[in-house]
Design a binder for this molecule. Structure first.
Ligand SMILES: [Zn+2]
Ligand SMILES: [Zn+2]
Length: 69
């Protein structure tokens, strides 16, 4: 089976085989952990998307409760 839609990191181009891709909640692009921009305990494809997210959601962001993979 050949899927024309192959996911890859929007930033570095890593494929799903190279890295565990995640999807940006803002723009739905995929990104790898290396390129992820972390903010407010979430991960985005870029700082721009993190800003967009924080802009729309005005909850006070406590310190990053981020966990390591
Ligand atoms: Zn990447
Ligand atoms: Zn994004």
């Amino acid at each position: 089976m050949s899927s024309t839609y192959e996911r890859s990191c929007v930033s570095c181009g890593s494929s799903e085989q190279d890295a565990r891709l995640e999807r940006c909640p803002i723009c739905s692009k995929h990104f790898c952990p290396d390129c992820a921009y972390r903010a407010s305990g979430r991960r985005f494809c870029a700082e721009n998307c993190a800003r967009t997210y924080n802009y729309g959601e005005s909850e006070d962001d406590d310190e990053n409760v981020d966990y390591d993979d």
